[in-house]
Write a protein that binds this ligand. Structure first.
Ligand SMILES: [Zn+2]
Length: 325
């Protein structure tokens, strides 16, 4: 008798999701925290049914308060880990936290990569970065809505007090990026001011991305980035996670224009998806779960190999190269 171990296909990698594990003063957060377990089970059921895998880069988003941020991060993480543990008891290790290359080969249904959005609470980075790495975090978004000790935010119009003073990467920011990059963190340059970004790209050796973004060539929203900048990162192990948020992409036609433009400029191996699932945003198809982004891409007339690259293959290659052994 032959036993054939058929590896399940990874059908979607989401480079930026919140999954509800968010700490901030906004009212939608509490609801998300409560719904978090429901979200995980819903996603799990959906992919189990399809006999496919999904990998979700999920964020700890710690804006306030700055003091106690590390403790808040740990408290929140333990809470989620407990939920994962209880789901795994019933569902036989279906959820796997991915921290190394080998983890990618395991037989999970949901793979989770821990990430942190906004490092403004990590001023003591020489002490905090090793602790955060030890906790299994593998991706960092250094700057968010507020400028911080690293550099300047792109200054989106949501936070009235996000003052941009200096626009360049600070000396400390340079060291922060150098150390975190050497340690092996994937660095997400979303939300950076263009000047900070230009410096950052030069400092970071490898493994960098824009996890949730669109092309500024089509929609000149402050967070979007020009094709010329996207091209700059394509020399390194890098990825561009397109978001289906109406503010950054506007409509489905522009979403696909983003894809076609990147393909036309030979960036087809650098396109992925970052949904920002869990954030209070309006997406092209109302992103209630992952099915809408799959429908958007699978229902398009892109060719099959490109669909597969965008949905999972490119992100898989990026993550696999970036993760430690
Ligand atoms: Zn963000």
């Amino acid at each position: 008798m032959f036993y054939i171990n058929v590896m399940k296909k990874i059908s979607l990698i989401d480079l930026h999701s919140h999954m509800g594990n968010i700490l901030s003063p906004f009212p939608w957060v509490a609801e998300k925290i409560l719904k978090q377990e429901i979200d995980l089970i819903k996603i799990l059921n959906r992919y189990e049914e399809k006999k496919e895998k999904i990998i979700i880069v999920t964020n700890f988003y710690l804006v306030y308060p700055l003091e106690n941020s590390y403790k808040n991060f740990i408290d929140q993480k333990r809470k989620i880990e407990k939920q994962i543990e209880s789901i795994n008891q019933n569902k036989k290790d279906s959820i796997k936290v991915i921290q190394s290359k080998n983890d990618l080969d395991d037989d999970f249904t949901i793979g989770i990569i821990w990430a942190i959005e906004s490092c403004r609470w990590m001023k003591d980075y020489k002490v905090i970065l090793p602790k955060v790495w030890q906790e299994g975090v593998r991706m960092l978004t250094p700057i968010h809505f507020l400028s911080n000790f690293i550099g300047a935010t792109c200054n989106e119009p949501y936070v009235p007090y996000n003052q941009v003073k200096g626009k360049f990467l600070t000396t400390k920011g340079r060291e922060f990026l150098r150390i975190s990059s050497q340690m092996g963190f994937m660095l997400d340059l979303s939300h950076m001011h263009a000047e900070t970004l230009n410096d950052a790209i030069d400092v970071i050796k490898d493994n960098l991305l824009f996890s949730h973004i669109g092309l500024a060539d089509f929609v000149p929203f402050k967070r979007n980035v020009l094709l010329s900048t996207m091209k700059k990162i394509s020399q390194k192990n890098s990825l561009i996670g397109l978001i289906a948020w109406k503010k950054l992409i506007k409509n489905e036609e522009i979403f696909f224009r983003n894809i076609n433009h990147l393909v036309h400029h030979k960036l087809e191996n650098h396109i992925g998806i970052g949904t920002d699932y869990g954030a209070p945003i309006n997406t092209l198809r109302g992103l209630r779960d992952y099915s809408s982004i799959e429908e958007t891409i699978n229902g398009s007339n892109l060719d099959a190999s490109l669909k597969s690259k965008i949905m999972a293959d490119n992100a898989f290659e990026f993550i696999k190269k970036a993760l430690p052994v």
